[in-house]
Design a protein around this ligand. Structure first.
Ligand code: CMC
Length: 434
């Protein structure tokens, strides 16, 4: 189990008059876990944990997260320092290689991103098959799945070729994302350029047009780098767990990432950034009565949730949300934009953070609460927000897929269940059923 240490302690479990000793393992930041892998073989019992609230599915050396203290680090580096000092490409390299790149390594990786930026011309025809207003996440996941038909040569020895596969995916997903936007707008595609940085290239592919050349703005490029870095990884979240589960069946990287994109699409996960903007827009259009939405969120009879609030693991401020909130102010003032949705978001946050319902349940703004306001300020349309999340999360998914593939403790993911259906009963032939 990687670098995990089997601790001195053991957990003792008394069942049916017998005592079972379960090993306790300790992670590098001191988190403890009871290793129950032998429990069923020894006792006949399984553990039940719907939603995996309390289940460690693997040992991982990629991201550390302390939800009680609001700490997040990638490969040992604090998210605050990475967001302040790095480009997204450096952080993607860090996540996928385990260490920050030297200048030479970064240049080599950037060259690979440049080399792989185009997509096969035949794939471009796929875009024509989608009806107008197709969800961009549907297009993205099927395009990524299709990549294995066009680039199958690296599938046999994935770990030997992982660096190239990672660069290929990170570069091509950016191109696919921008092309899907251009297609949805009915505008000509803008091809990637070798002379532009990763984020500048994306923005240029999104917004350049034959009649209105895009002017790259450093503030916008910096903001995009920051947002993508903050979404880079988040340990065993729903989409990453999906990538690992799919990949555990030894399916290829492209198919596993496509599965992750589909999981991310959900409004409780990556789809929340779009849902936040829709909620804020609705509040604004209804005259700014945000208190009505707080009351709805608190009403147990109403399924409505205050989107952008709450998190499975953070029981305090999401450190990413704190950075994004500040970046929001910086970007809007640098671009000289005043957004009424930012004012509504701040008011909502202030009221919710004092409200006993939210306080008792430890509900704080999450990464998605303010990110949409920055995306909107830099011109990204709302229906592309979750695609942006996917772009940021991609290096994390790749790192987890690689770690899973290479794990000496790898097994196909196959949870058990407690069956609660009918007991075995006699079969009734069709003619005799009443
Ligand atoms: N608004 C109102 N009530 C909430 C909210 C919310 N946003 N989130 C949780 N609660 C309540 C929930 O109703 C429950 O109350 P009670 O104990 O009275 O039944 C309590 O808080 C615990 O909630 P839970 O659903 O058991 O918590 P969970 O860990 O299963 O769900 C969550 C986490 C993120 C799905 C949830 O907080 C939520 O639906 N938030 C809104 C959607 C959102 O912003 N998602 C983005 C998450 S961050 C990006 C990412 O990593 O994907």
């Amino acid at each position: 189990m990687g670098n995990v240490v089997v601790g001195q302690e053991t957990a003792e479990l008394k069942l049916d008059g017998k005592v079972y000793q379960l090993p306790v393992v300790v992670g590098s930041e001191g988190e403890k876990a009871i290793d129950i892998r032998a429990l069923r073989a020894q006792s006949g019992y399984i553990t039940l944990d719907s939603g995996f609230m309390n289940t460690g599915s693997c040992c991982s050396s990629i991201t550390f997260l302390d939800g009680e203290q609001g700490i997040l680090s990638y490969r040992g580096y604090g998210i605050e320092e990475l967001a302040e000092n790095c480009t997204f490409v450096e952080v993607a390299y860090l996540l996928d290689h385990g260490s920050l790149p030297t200048q030479t390594e970064l240049s080599k990786f950037s060259q690979m991103l440049g080399k792989y930026a185009m997509i096969h011309e035949d794939m471009i025809r796929f875009f024509d098959g989608y009806p107008p207003n197709s969800p961009p996440m549907a297009i993205l996941s099927s395009m990524v799945s299709s990549l294995c038909s066009f680039y199958p040569e690296m599938l046999d020895n994935p770990l030997e070729n992982i660096e190239e596969m990672a660069a290929r995916l990170i570069s091509k997903v950016r191109t696919i994302a921008a092309f899907s936007y251009k297609k949805s707008m009915g505008q000509p595609l803008v091809y990637p350029r070798h002379d532009l940085s990763y984020c500048a290239n994306f923005l240029n592919m999104m917004f350049d047009s034959p009649v209105n050349p895009y002017v790259i703005n450093d503030t916008v490029v910096r903001a995009l780098n920051k947002l993508l870095i903050l979404h880079g990884d988040h340990e065993q979240n729903c989409s990453t767990a999906t990538v690992r589960v799919a990949g555990s069946a030894r399916v290829n990287l492209y198919a596993s990432i496509s599965a992750g994109i589909n999981a991310l699409w959900g409004p409780l996960h990556g789809g929340a950034n779009q849902a936040v903007m829709e909620m804020l827009t609705q509040i604004h259009e209804e005259g700014g009565d945000y208190k009505k939405y707080i009351a709805k969120a608190k009403d147990p009879a109403d399924p409505f949730r205050l989107v952008g609030f709450g998190h499975r693991v953070y029981k305090t401020h999401d450190p990413r949300a704190l950075i994004i909130k500040k970046a929001c102010d910086d970007v809007l003032s640098a671009l000289n934009i005043s957004d009424p949705l930012l004012d509504i978001a701040k008011e909502l946050e202030e009221v919710a953070l004092k409200d006993p319902y939210f306080v008792e349940r430890n509900l704080y703004p999450n990464v998605d609460f303010y990110s949409g306001i920055i995306y909107r300020a830099i011109g990204i349309p709302t229906n592309m927000f979750t695609v942006m999340f996917a772009l940021g999360r991609l290096p994390g998914w790749i790192a987890h897929w690689k770690e899973m593939w290479d794990d000496p403790d790898w097994r196909i993911s196959r949870p058990r269940q407690v069956y609660v259906g009918p007991k075995r009963r006699p079969f009734v032939p069709l003619a005799e059923r009443t």
